[in-house]
Design a protein around this ligand. Structure first.
Ligand SMILES: [Cu+2]
Length: 217
């Protein structure tokens, strides 16, 4: 009986999240299936945001212009995907060697209630000090998630206020030095593949301001 009730709870929560989820799945299906999609569609991934870094400084989408971004939404209490993904990112940074300096991995928490700046900082540092953890008000996080078409949903695991896990988008978003979306990786993409793909992207001649910046170096 308890089992049945549990099942019903899960089904009800799934239905609530269905609309958001189907929008998201549609957007990601477009992204993953067509490499040239970004150039031919008016739908955009990414955009202006304001968040807070773990050292307390305000961070916006402008803060990292000139760097390639690897953007991931997750939370430190995540039992599986987040640790695995951050591990792959850390290994990819190692494999990129000096090229890693052109990259900025961002870990945006979807769980600001439990992910205080201290918790977030300790967590990202434990994988690689180059990964920056970002948090913000629930409104700021909702806004940036919307820009990226990212979703999350809390599922209660017990009666306590902190008894919950989060479902969240399993994607890593790559943004170019001008802040434009380039591609997404599945969160379980091996570090070798991430590093190779990023190295290839960064080696391509680029148009506009950042191309001149790269050439001037
Ligand atoms: Cu996770």
């Amino acid at each position: 009986m308890a089992y049945m009730n549990h099942r019903h709870g899960l089904i009800r929560q799934s239905v609530l999240g269905l609309q958001t989820l189907s929008n998201f799945v549609f957007a990601m299906a477009l992204i993953m299936s067509q490499p040239s999609w970004a150039a031919t569609s008016s739908v955009t991934i990414g955009g202006p945001f304001t968040l807070t870094a773990t050292d307390g400084t305000a961070v916006t989408d402008q803060t990292y212009r000139g760097k390639w971004l690897l953007v991931y939404f997750g939370y430190t209490f995540c039992p599986n995907t987040c640790p695995m993904t951050l591990n792959e990112i850390a290994t990819a940074l190692e494999k990129l060697g000096a090229d890693a300096a052109k990259m900025q991995p961002l870990f945006i928490t979807v769980d600001p209630q439990r992910d205080t700046r201290e918790v977030l900082e300790q967590y990202t540092q434990s994988f690689d000090p180059r990964i920056v953890g970002l948090t913000g008000s629930p409104e700021q996080i909702a806004a940036v998630a919307k820009e990226y078409g990212a979703y999350w949903a809390a599922h209660k695991t017990g009666p306590g206020a902190e008894d919950y896990v989060m479902d969240h988008s399993p994607y890593l978003y790559v943004m170019d030095p001008d802040g434009k979306f380039v591609r997404a990786f599945d969160a379980d993409t091996p570090s070798d593949h991430i590093a190779d793909a990023l190295r290839e992207l960064m080696a391509q001649p680029r148009e506009g301001g950042s191309h001149r910046v790269l050439r001037a170096r």
